[in-house]
Design a binder for this molecule. Structure first.
Ligand SMILES: C[S@@+](CC[C@H](N)C(=O)[O-])C[C@H]1O[C@@H](n2cnc3c(N)ncnc32)[C@H](O)[C@@H]1O
Length: 282
């Protein structure tokens, strides 16, 4: 007889053996989604037996995770900040370290003032929607080159009730943007092209290539975006970018060379300089 706890234990061991780095959580999420049970059921009724159909449904999802498909793609959703976002193979699954970019943006934007925010490479909408959730007087423009990603961002904005404060644009970075902004945020593709194959399978095989590939040194997008900041930022307008490991100094130097003032880069929970931020002088 297969029970909730026996299947959870079995899944956890198989995920661990396959090299999945969060086997306990993922086993529970797959069990909940496949068997149609709640977390509380697993805790309060662990010896509940499962039907053959429930076991088969969990197994079908487990095989995808064992093949290292990201858990967010399998479940169709990912938690980010305080939001439950739809994600799929067309968007980068928002990552925990990106919450530091949201924190930075919230330090920059006063709570009770109007502000115009631009998110370049909006993807699922994670960053911009988290900002709009915390700043009720802010409006946003989200740009992406992927129409499929923009469709996901649009559904997330509608579901969260922010569609009226958000404009989504299909464009190549800053092309065609005529307005100025109080804050420009971006988590652009920043992986050097040659490094992509060596990343964990969840990223290298399943995340959209345009969300990853930052060109030969990983800095292509920053060069383009920083060059446009003087015309995109309002006087004293701010910018904040997520950067990859070891890129903070180079991105900061690009911003300074572009005439922008920069702050000390912010460190993520792993101690990696992860966010480069600064301002346009008047
Ligand atoms: C690393 S993902 C970030 C997604 C989302 N902002 C997040 O943090 O989860 C980078 C995004 O930039 C978009 N992108 C790549 N090249 C672009 C370009 N030339 N113009 C606009 N967006 C682009 C990708 O489609 C992808 O959605």
């Amino acid at each position: 007889m297969t029970t909730l706890v026996s299947l959870w234990t079995d899944l956890r061991k198989r995920l661990e053996a396959a090299g999945v780095d969060t086997p306990v959580i993922d086993a529970r999420l797959l069990l909940e989604a496949g068997a149609g049970v709640q977390r509380l059921d697993i805790v309060t009724d662990p010896r509940r037996s499962l039907s053959d159909a429930q076991v088969a449904a969990v197994e079908a999802l487990a095989l995808r995770r064992l093949d290292r498909e990201p858990i967010g793609h399998i479940l169709g959703r990912k938690a980010f900040w305080t939001l439950d976002l739809e994600v799929n193979a067309d968007v980068l699954s928002p990552r925990p370290e990106t919450e530091l970019l949201v924190e930075t943006a919230l330090e920059i934007l006063p709570k009770d003032k109007r502000a115009r925010v631009l998110d370049l490479g909006v993807g699922s909408g994670a960053i911009l929607l988290a900002i709009l959730a915390e700043r009720p007087f802010a409006t946003g423009v989200g740009v992406d080159i992927s129409d499929a990603a923009l469709a996901v961002a649009k559904r997330n904005a509608e579901k969260l009730g922010f569609a009226d404060r958000l404009e989504l644009r299909s464009a190549n970075w800053c092309e065609g943007l005529a307005h100025t902004f109080d804050l420009v945020v971006s988590n652009p593709p920043y992986i050097p092209t040659a490094d992509i194959e060596g990343l964990e399978p969840e990223v290298a095989r399943f995340e959209p290539r345009p969300a990853l590939d930052g060109g030969a040194d990983g800095l292509d997008a920053y060069r383009i975006i920083i060059a446009a900041l003087p015309r995109l930022l309002a006087p004293y307008g701010a910018f904040a970018f997520e950067v990859g490991r070891g890129q903070a100094d180079a991105v900061q130097a690009l911003a300074q060379a572009g005439g922008l003032a920069t702050e000390t880069p912010r460190l993520d929970l792993a101690g990696i300089a992860r966010v480069v931020a600064g301002r346009r002088a008047a």
